[in-house]
Every structure is written in C-alpha cells, then in structure tokens.
Design a protein around this ligand. Sequence first.
Ligand code: PHE
Length: 343
Amino acid sequence: MNDRLTTIRQEILDGIEQHAGTRASAFELRKQFLDSKTGKIGQLMKEMKSIAPEERAGFGKSVNELKEWAQQKFVELDEKLKARELERRYESEKIDVTMPEKGTETGNLHPITQMRNQLIDVFSGMGFEVYEGTEIETDYYNFTALNTPKDHPARDMQDTFYLSPEFLLRTQTSAGQIHVMESKKPPIKILSPGKVFRSDDDATHSPMFTQMEGLVVDKKITLCDLKGMLDMFVRKIYGEGTTTRLRPSYFPFTEPSVEVDVSCFECGGRGCKLCKGTGWIEILGAGIVNRKVLANCGIDPDEYSGLAFGIGIERTAMLKYGINNIKLLFESDLRVLRQINDN
Ligand code: PHE
C-alpha cells in the first residue's frame, strides 16, 4: 500500500515537472489526483473498506498526509505559474518610451471658416454680437423692407434664385438687419455671417458665397463711426499700416452709401498688379441706414441713426491669401487648403 502512495507522490512530482507549463494544464493535472470523485487520491479513500481494520487508521493518516502534501504542492505551483504569467504579460505589454512617435496628421479649418472667425474676433472685440439669419428668406426681408420694392431697378443688381413668388434664397445678409431691428430696440450692434446666393459665376463670383453683415443702430451714429470701425478691421486683417477710403456709391437701404477701399497692403500704396496701379483695393459696401428702413422696422429715424456694412468673406480671404480664383475655395483640394492655416 505504501508503495502506491509513493508512486502517486512521484507521479505528482513528475507531472509538475513535465506537464504543468500553464495554469490551465496545472489545473487539469491537479484534477487527476485531487478531484473529489475521480482523483487518484480520492479513489484511495474509497478503498478504505477493503483494508484490514487494524491497518485502517494508519492508512487513512498516510492518505490524508499525501492529500495535504499534494494540495500544498498545487497551491505553490499555481502561485509560481501566476507570477510567471504576470511577468510574461508585463514583458509583452512593455512600451519603449524612446521610440519615435508615429506621425499624426492634423487638419485645419477651411479658409472661409478661418476668415469668418477672424472677422468675428475683430468685431466682437468692438462689442458686436453674432446673429445668424436663415438662408431661405421672403421677398419682403430680402428686398422690400430694405427699400427695394418690386420693379425697383436695384433688384437687377442681384440675380435672385426664387423658390416661389414669395420665397427666395437670400441674396444678401442685409435681410438679417430687418429681423434684428424688428425684434430688438436700439442700441443694436450685430454681426451676421452667412451664405448668400446669386445667379452669378466667374473667376471671382460663385452662385453661393459668404457675407458678414454689420449693423449698428444708436443715437448719433455717423459715417465717422463707420470709418473708425472699418479702419480697425483692415488693420487687424491686412496689417497695421493699412487704412480705408470711402467712395460714394448706391444701395437702396443706405443713404449715403459708400464703397470702401483698403490701401494696398501689397505695395503700400505705390501701385502694383494687385491694386491695378491705383494703390487702393475695393473691399466692401456700406453706408448710413436709410431712414425708410429704420421706419419700416418701427425705429424712429429722428431719434436714432445706424450704419451698416456687408463684407464678402471669400473676397477678403482671396485678397489676404493671394487666391486668384474663387473656385479654389470651393473645390476642397487639400493641396490648396493645407497652405492656409492662420488659426
Ligand atoms: N448687401 C450689400 C451687397 O450685398 C452690401 C451692403 C451691406 C451695403 C450693408 C451696404 C450696407 O452688395
């Protein structure tokens, strides 16, 4: 009998030596000996009955000792394997912090978005708030309330996409002026960026483009306020040395109306290709809000006056970044877009 115990003991030692490389195989091995039903040591216990009564106590004690010894062995084995597995995992998960990083590509904002953000930055610094209107407008807001009734010749200045006799794609962010003045009492100081649409298509015109409307309504607003704000705008966008000049123009919703030029930031005013030798570049339309427009919105023109300007964002960006064809801003060619990263 003792021989059998010695054999089992040796089998366990050999098994551990040869077949227990992982915790899973160690578990299987343990089962062969220590499983309560099928294990070899359990089987020995069952043989108790066939042992002569005087040997039973001694036999039971030996089997129990073997069982305890085996249990202890497998606990030690499991701990050893656990530690080894952990070590292997640490080894395989080790990172080399001296490895050079894999390059990551970062994108940048679209030039129109960059320009829009820069303009909002400049004007919000002067106290303007942003109001975003809608791209579909009624004829009333886009034209009539802006002192451009039906059959007014100024409607021909802008080829309109009509959706129905009443609805259209706005041709100008000026439509937002009316919404703001209808819903807010002066003082008003808003900036309204957004897409506008005109049936117009060549190297410098696109049927969809972006404008930034500015509107200030308060007591005693004059062209001087307009010039001061626009001077600040061109200095921030085109450089400290630049200034503006106002020329008489016509818009139905401003009186007087002006065309605004910026001094050429390329040649400093001496005359070059960009300014066509004149030293000045036309950048936007503006003016003093027509009294009729204020009255249309329920604002007393004897008490208040206003200024308005409309900046073409593509044009501003094209001049600033030296882009000669507006299509480059709409074609999403990464070779073009990657070159313009101002913020
Ligand atoms: N809405 C005019 C245009 O699109 C620009 C403008 C805005 C002119 C505000 C005067 C005042 O041409």
